[in-house]
Design a protein. Structure first.
Lengths: 406, 411
């Protein structure tokens, strides 16, 4: 049994706000952060909605890094890291840098940098490609920028497991702390709004024409988004010793692979169910202990149905009455950041006994027999919250957060 | 069996690299001082300051996996899927023998395929977004090779991808070993894969990091005083890791033990990577309780970078102390190029070959070293070794450092 690990800080930059408080209050209020895409021209596309982070000024947050020298996902990630450290009341100078690490997840890294390369390529102007392509593009620069901004010099890892990446990064950080490979970890995910991502989901016919309404009978798809979230994780003993605010304990996790299809979920949700079962087993919990599920809930017709089926497989009849909402209805699908932002939501739900709604919900779908917390946040006792995330590649990740019991 | 007593062993090795597709053949070629570097054949390098790279030539996945539809897999994924096949075969664990066993995969890669990503976007730009190829989009995620390899070989356990330049493969092996040690998985493939493509080649040509970029003949020889940058490489290499008890129970041939690992970061993003590497090495040795003097060989990640090689040598020397003066050192990128995500696993495979063959490859082409170079055991000539403990080291291109300790299996 390794050391127990708790969440002591939350930083987020999302389409509904910057920082823990603004993001969380807007999610509880059911604010919608999606709208017409502004960062590039979508007139040639059949769809036009996106979830962009508006008005983000990296210079307001970054102390060490020059925002002009790094990509947008790195800006979002480093800002979220700063916010998380401040939220945890942790001065980077107080931490032994060699024992402080970073684990970040992403789907596309810095896709805007390869888009610039591609613009030069199709313009037959490769002479315009400069050194910044390779210094800014490779996705591990995101974790590198977080380390540079915070001075964290320990374990540093970038996990690009697509739309479940935030959970993978948190799982990595959890183990690094449990196994004493670090004393403090910043863990989360980041992705920036991307033409490539938008094009891909548009071609898959997965983007909703208006809004994202997960689990609704008339749902029409997801809304690509951007953002970042970083959690401060540390051993329980350390958090208690320094009197840190503790949002929740990371109880356990499960990771599995469908080994079935690159972009489609397993038809019986077998892999997703295995991830949930492992998360429960490693947490020492049963479905009856889980008060809230943060759904992957992209809002596509097939994915939501299969996800509901997988939850039924694990939770049995409890699946109908365990609150299970998708904040993607409000902030779209922020890709590699999504499960990190949702992890923050789970930690806050556990801390405050409040759970955010699934907005835009109008009509119950008998094929998604769950309680999606329609349109209104709820105050309920949250003993434990399960964060589910699924990704291209058939990657499934479930992480459970719970109240600290001694 | 607890984390304290559970041991992690290597029971299979699969490699695909510019010097061949079997660990024994690659080891023999490295010992013979052969080089897999040559002018690039896969794409035109006209107008670029470097033409040299290490390619996996005439790569045909059907030769290994049988006739099948490989169209859904890009080159990185094909390399990874074949390396997995080779590792399973080497471990005596083909699909029929795996049965319901849940096998994991931890893949290190730098880019996945920046070629696939760029091509997808360029088609949308030139033909319109409605003509972009959905299949390419599926492969545009950086974990695509791991996902495709899982589909091909029905790997339903933990499946993760770690990216981070030339440290990614070492980090992937270290993480996979920890997953086994903690009991989260029993059997896991770990290593790395990256393809050579025009996009990354041009990108590195523009940073000035490729050999000869500043003019003159390219000299990507690690630690050589004349070195002037790296040559890119490509390939895939995966080790099959198992919990020792389970491996013995199935009668597996145990090739080595993963005895320790460490990683660290230089927050200046590259100026002080040697210090980070020294910490990573100390962590790897400390985890195994091994004194520096008991390291019998080092497989360095040095690639011909002027500053990077100097930092790596200094980091190794700082961590090993007095023992640095005697330890034999190899650097396989002299022959294979900078394979990025695959490179750490290729270094590990080279040490395994040396452990079994008794000879550590030399560094092909190594001439004079710089004054004050702290690793006299780095030579062009191979070293006879009685290799009980071997250290893999790597520093990234921008601040990452990682180390892995391999040990001869002693029950």
């Amino acid at each position: 049994m390794g050391r127990r690990v708790v969440v002591t800080g939350i930083g987020a930059v999302t389409p509904v706000g910057t920082g823990r408080e603004e993001t969380w209050e807007n999610l509880l209020a059911g604010r919608c952060g999606t709208g017409p895409v502004e960062s590039f021209d979508t007139s040639a596309y059949p769809v036009h909605q996106g979830a962009e982070v508006k008005g983000f000024r990296p210079a307001d947050h970054l102390v060490i890094l020059d925002p002009a020298a790094i990509g947008r996902a790195s800006q979002l990630a480093a800002a979220a890291a700063r916010l998380a450290l401040a939220d945890a009341g942790l001065d980077p100078g107080e931490v032994e840098p060699e024992r402080a690490g970073v684990a970040m997840g992403t789907t596309s890294g810095e896709p805007q940098e390869v888009e610039v390369f591609d613009d030069h390529y199709v313009a037959d102007d490769l002479a315009a490609v400069g050194p910044e392509f390779m210094t800014r593009y490779p996705c591990h620069v995101i974790a590198g920028c977080v380390a540079a901004e915070t001075g964290f010099a320990g374990v540093n890892v970038m996990i690009p497991t697509a739309c479940a990446a935030g959970n993978y990064a948190i799982a990595y950080a959890f183990d690094a702390l449990a196994w004493d490979r670090a004393e403090v970890m910043l863990a989360g995910g980041a992705d920036c709004f991307s033409r490539i991502t938008y094009t891909g989901f548009a071609r898959l016919g997965a983007i909703a024409p208006d809004v994202c309404r997960p689990f609704d009978k008339n749902r029409q798809g997801m809304i690509p988004g951007e953002g970042a979230a970083v959690l401060v994780l540390e051993p329980l003993e350390r958090a208690l010793a320094r009197g840190a605010p503790i949002y929740a304990e990371v109880a356990g996790y499960g990771l599995s692979c469908d080994a079935h299809h690159m972009t489609g979920a397993h038809p019986e949700g077998a892999g997703a169910a295995r991830a949930m079962q492992q998360a429960l087993a490693t947490s020492g919990l049963t479905p009856a202990d889980v008060s809230y599920i943060s759904a992957h809930g992209t809002g596509t017709p097939v994915n939501d149905r299969l996800e509901a089926a997988a939850v039924h497989r694990v939770f049995g009849e409890r699946a109908r009455r365990t609150p299970m909402s998708s904040i993607k209805s409000m902030i779209g699908h922020t890709m590699g950041a999504a499960s990190a932002i949702e992890a923050a939501v789970c930690a806050l739900a556990v801390a405050q006994d409040r759970v955010p709604p699934t907005i835009h919900f109008e009509e119950f779908d008998p094929e998604c027999e769950i309680d999606p917390v329609p349109n209104q946040a709820r105050e309920i006792p949250v003993e434990a919250a399960m964060n589910n995330a699924y990704a291209f590649g058939g990657n499934n990740a479930s992480v459970i957060f719970r109240k600290v019991r001694r | 069996v607890s984390r304290e007593t559970r041991r992690v062993v290597v029971t299979g090795v699969g490699v695909l690299c510019p010097l061949g597709d079997s660990p024994a053949a690659v080891h023999a070629a490295l010992v013979a001082g052969e080089s897999g570097l040559a002018p690039v054949a896969a794409f035109a390098t006209d107008g670029l300051p470097c033409r040299l790279a290490g390619e996996v030539k005439d790569f045909a996945p059907a030769r290994y996996l049988g006739e099948a539809n490989f169209r859904p897999l890009d080159r990185t994924a094909r390399l990874a899927a074949v390396a997995a096949h080779l590792a399973f075969a080497d471990a005596g664990l083909p699909a029929a023998a795996r049965g319901e066993r849940e096998v994991g995969l931890v893949l290190g890669t730098m880019f996945g395929s920046v070629h696939t990503i760029s091509e997808f976007d360029r088609r949308a730009l030139t033909a319109g977004p409605n003509y972009a190829k959905p299949m390419d989009f599926a492969n545009s995620v950086i974990n695509a090779a791991a996902g495709q390899t899982a589909i091909w070989h029905d790997l339903r356990g933990v499946n993760t991808t770690i990216t981070g330049g030339s440290t990614a493969g070492v980090q992937a092996l270290g993480y996979a070993a920890d997953l086994v040690r903690s009991g989260r998985v029993e059997t896991v493939l770990a290593g790395g894969a990256d393809e050579l493509c025009f996009e990354s080649f041009l990108g590195y040509a523009r940073t000035g990091q490729l050999c000869g970029a500043a003019g003159g003949e390219g000299c990507p020889v690690p630690f050589d005083a004349r070195r002037n940058g790296f040559a890119l490489g490509e390939g895939a290499a995966l080790l099959l890791l198992e919990e020792a008890g389970a491996a013995r129970a199935r009668g597996a041939r145990i090739r080595a033990e993963i005895a320790g690992q460490g990683s660290a970061y230089d927050p200046t993003r590259g100026a002080d990577a040697g210090t980070a590497l020294a910490r990573a090495v100390r962590l790897a040795l400390g985890g195994a309780g091994l004194a520096p003097g008991r390291v019998d060989a080092v497989a360095a990640g040095a690639n011909g970078s002027v500053a990077g090689d100097r930092q790596e040598a200094a980091g190794i020397a700082a961590a090993l102390g007095a023992a640095a003066a005697a330890v034999p050192v190899t650097a396989v990128k002299a022959s294979l190029g900078e394979g990025l995500g695959v490179s750490g696993a290729l270094s590990a495979a080279a040490l395994l070959g040396s452990m079994e063959g008794g000879t550590l490859p030399g560094i092909a082409g190594l001439g004079e070293v710089e004054e004050g170079f702290p690793l006299p055991g780095a030579t062009a000539a191979p070293h006879p070794v009685d290799l009980r403990h071997g250290l893999v080291t790597a520093i990234g291109l921008d601040g990452a450092a990682a180390a892995l300790l391999l040990a001869r299996w002693e029950p």
